[in-house]
Design a protein around this ligand. Structure first.
Ligand code: RRO
Length: 306
């Protein structure tokens, strides 16, 4: 018998707990020739800002040991183009569409949330308070608990949509951040965004990235991300979506055992556009091999061994 793979997060019913990490899957359509997108638990789009955003000067990406640094700088076509040109494709999919939003000010976050509240087919918002590659907004809201709480409260007032707040690992105490956004009205928490880093070109004697710093992702950050998910899952009541270097089903299962109710696959998709499907199928095989009938039975199971 096939195991039950459904999970519920912030009122959203997901057919399985696997979704793309924001920013690694465009607006979905880009990947629709590789596999049936309806196999995913949910879709999460690249961060949307109020106005079109050009992003940072190149180079924007550099490979690192077991990972990569990116400094895209929030490039996206802006809210209106997203709603007019990207949503028609997304809303005909049979899965929850989660829209990641990023603002430069509290008012921008509120306006994004308020306008998306009225857009047909948006199932939830993921609030990006953790982009490491822009000066204003993004991570500026995500490294202090009071500020993170205030953004959450502001967005909460502006929309009825379920709110997922995406946390940065570039903080002293991730648990404090998670508790702050929970108190502010988050329905779920996703973590982690990328870890700030840099690479220097020794021949030109200057930083490789145009932005100097970038966000580190990929397997290099997995153990750090896993520990943060483990700690946050212990500390909050709201569900956690775990991510950071998940490449395979066994990586994903680690996050589920640590207490994540769902997982996101990001950088792995750049190497293999079907990585998400491999992870879904691999989790199902793991459950079958271990005679587990319901995926919910393994969520947080490693916490019980403490
Ligand atoms: O666009 C980016 O440079 C970016 C964003 Br918004 C983010 O949230 N995380 C990241 O690693 N890069």
């Amino acid at each position: 018998m096939r195991p039950r793979m459904e999970v519920e997060i912030a009122g959203l019913k997901l057919k399985n707990p696997v979704m793309p990490a924001s920013g690694t899957f465009g607006f979905g359509q880009e990947y629709s020739n590789f596999f049936d997108l309806n196999r995913l638990g949910a879709i999460v789009v690249k961060s949307v800002t109020l106005e079109p955003t050009m992003g940072n000067s190149p180079p924007r990406i550099v490979e690192t040991p077991s990972g990569m640094l990116n400094a895209i700088g929030l490039q996206n076509p802006g809210l209106q183009v997203f709603v007019d040109d990207k949503m028609p494709f997304l809303r005909q999919l049979q899965l929850p569409v989660i829209v990641n939003i990023a603002g430069k000010t509290l008012e921008e976050y509120a306006e994004l949330a308020g306008r998306l509240d009225e857009v047909e087919g948006v199932a939830a918002l993921e609030v990006n308070i953790s982009c490491p590659n822009v000066k204003a907004g993004g991570i500026a809201f995500g490294t202090h608990p009071d500020t993170a709480r205030r953004v959450t409260e502001t967005v909460r007032r502006a929309t009825r949509l379920p709110l997922i707040i995406k946390l940065s690992p570039n903080v002293t105490d991730i648990v404090e951040m998670a508790k702050a956004v929970e108190a502010g009205g988050a329905d779920a928490i996703s973590l982690v965004n990328s870890l700030t880093g840099m690479v220097i070109d020794i021949h030109h004697r200057r930083p490789v990235l145009g932005n100097i710093t970038g966000g580190l992702t990929g397997p290099a950050i997995r153990p750090v991300a896993l520990l943060m998910v483990w700690r946050v899952a212990q500390a909050v009541q709201v569900p956690v979506i775990g991510m950071g270097g998940i490449v395979s089903a066994s990586d994903a299962v680690q996050f589920l055992l640590a207490g994540a109710k769902a997982v996101a696959v990001g950088t792995a998709t750049f190497r293999d556009p079907t990585a998400l499907v491999q992870v879904i199928e691999g989790i199902e095989s793991y459950l079958m091999e271990n005679n587990i009938e319901d995926i919910n039975d393994i969520i947080g199971a490693a916490q019980d061994s403490r």
